[in-house]
Write a protein that binds this ligand. Structure first.
Ligand code: HEM
Length: 504
């Protein structure tokens, strides 16, 4: 006990000295205190929301600035920024919160089970859930509705099937509670990240939101353990192993790398993937739908039935177009699906959905779906501009500043998927587009996310047409954004949904 106490005191002293030194050495940088008036958004939202508001405000002043977050800088819990530690009480110690050797061991175990060859097998499931989304939307044919909850259901169901492959019926109580627990988990994160003292479970136990948190945690833990137990039993049974398509968890449990994780560690990784993956995919899909509604030209490039282009050719004179002028755009989804537009997408279709991928990437650039991520600086770093970033600082990357930079992108405030075509992206700085962060701690699910979003857009395009309601934003610049843990649209994503052509 004496040894532990002594080493804790040494650590606290060392961290405090680093923080004081960092403050002194960065004194010449511009930047206010986080607690300055007006920077903490009314209605709460936690430190994360404050930090995003602050970064947004400060980014206008220059690319490097300093933020003094008062007592928060004293909390030094992880190699990633301290903000992430707020996730730990709920998701446990998964990839998003671990650091050092433990993080490396987990990352090594997880990565092979998200390999492209494995993701290809998920395409039919992505397609099926996106068709389910189209059907659910078309129950409101001609009406205006907020598409976020339905996008959330689609992203959740797709991720549950491909990460866990539950075989659990839709109405299952545990599954229902698990899905309901994800947004509650996020609310608890926002609350606790804003009030570090609430990270101590014994203190949080007295908070009025504790019962909701405890129920969400129990639902996440209970359901995940139940699935892992069932999987392990099924693995012992060779017949059921051969029966169906494998999910991420099946691969992990059977892989050599996965054997390095125990049951609790696997459960925490599964919770991490499902929670992080479903919310970011839901927000991105909703933003794609809103953007398609605003930009009918982009929607047409994805899908314009051939019949609109039919023209009659007369022996003399120019062709007479029966349905308006010819459509000279690629109509990508039509081309890829061929004559049978109702057929399910296959893994081999995916590389051909080039323009669809450009749309997904441009949405990720334009809205920076995860706008802020942070790192603790372990050694003094001198930036190319000569600015010293001392060790001990929490470095926050404000992505909209990069993604909307006129130095990196031409007309950065225009939404233009063509900028991601191979010929136009040539020569771009490798870190100009980093929606999934970069380096060893980048997003482990980035290929999963792109594959899911492409499949979803390609399944929606032939079935549903989106329009902006009369009181909706006329252009992408007018979309009212909430930049938070993920970017979302203030007031929800309200669009008019219309059936496209015959029903399949
Ligand atoms: C459009 C969707 C997504 C976006 C924009 C996104 C973005 C990001 C970003 C920026 C990070 C790095 C955060 C940091 O540097 O601190 C990250 C990490 C992570 N993401 Fe994603 N993500 C998306 C989808 C997914 C999906 C679908 C999954 C799971 C299947 C996932 C799982 C994770 C995990 C586990 C980490 C932590 C990785 C580590 O620290 O080793 N993400 N994501």
């Amino acid at each position: 006990a004496v040894y532990t106490l002594r080493s804790s005191v040494v650590r606290v002293v060392r961290v405090s000295l680093d923080l004081l030194r960092a403050r002194r050495l960065t004194a010449s940088l511009p930047g206010p205190s986080l607690f300055q008036d007006g920077l903490i958004p009314r209605g709460g939202g936690g430190a994360y929301a404050s930090m995003t508001a602050l970064c947004g405000a400060m980014a206008k002043q220059g690319s490097v600035f300093r933020v003094c977050v008062g007592p928060m800088t004293l909390v030094r819990l992880a190699a990633k920024s301290v903000v992430y530690s707020a996730l730990e009480p709920l998701l446990g110690r998964g990839l998003a919160t671990l650091h050092g050797a433990a993080w490396r061991r987990h990352r090594k175990a997880i990565t092979p089970s998200l390999h492209l060859d494995i993701l290809r097998d998920f395409v039919p499931a992505f397609h099926r859930h996106a068709v389910g989304l189209a059907d659910a939307l078309l129950r409101h044919d001609g009406c205006v509705l907020d598409v976020v909850p339905l996008c959330g259901h689609c992203a959740n169901s797709a991720i549950m099937e491909t990460v866990m492959s539950t075989d659990v019926p839709d109405g299952d109580e545990g599954l229902r509670e698990f899905l309901g627990a994800i947004p509650k988990a996020q609310r608890a994160f926002m609350l606790r990240s804003g009030k570090p003292w609430l990270l101590i479970d014994r203190v949080f136990a007295f908070h009025k939101r504790f019962p909701e948190y405890a129920r969400a945690k129990a639902a996440l833990d209970g359901f995940t353990s139940r699935i892992i137990r069932a999987k392990k039993q099924a693995l012992a049974n060779k017949a059921s192993r051969a029966r169906r398509r494998m999910a991420f968890l099946d691969h992990l449990l059977q892989s050599e790398e996965g054997a390095s994780l125990d049951d609790l560690e696997i459960a925490e990784e599964v919770k991490t993937l499902v929670s992080i993956g479903s919310s970011s995919s839901m927000e991105t899909l909703s933003l794609i739908i809103l953007t398609l509604a605003i930009r009918q030209d982009v929607q047409q490039k994805l899908w314009q039935p051939y019949s609109h282009n039919e023209f009659a050719v007369f022996p003399f004179g120019p062709p007479l177009f029966l349905n308006g002028p010819p459509c000279v755009v690629p109509q990508e989804v039509v081309d890829v699906l061929g004559e049978d537009v109702s057929r399910p997408l296959t893994p081999d279709d995916m590389p051909h959905l080039q323009y669809t991928e450009c749309v997904v990437k441009e949405v990720l650039r334009y809205y920076s779906v995860v706008p802020l991520f942070g790192r603790r600086v372990r050694e003094d770093v001198v930036l190319p501009s000569g600015t010293l970033v001392p060790r001990g600082c929490q470095l926050m990357f404000w992505l909209p500043h990069v993604h909307r930079s006129a130095e990196l992108f031409e007309r950065p405030d225009d939404f233009d998927p063509d900028r991601f075509l191979p010929e136009t992206s040539r020569g771009r700085h490798p870190f100009a587009f980093v929606p999934f962060s970069a380096g060893p701690r980048n997003c482990v699910g980035q290929r999963y996310a792109i594959m899911f979003l492409k499949a979803a857009v390609a399944a929606l395009a032939p079935r549903v047409r989106f329009e902006v309601p009369d009181d909706g934003p006329r252009c992408t610049q007018d979309v009212p954004l909430n930049l938070n843990l993920t970017t979302n649209v203030r007031g929800g994503v309200k669009v008019r949904v219309c059936r496209r052509g015959p029903s399949f």
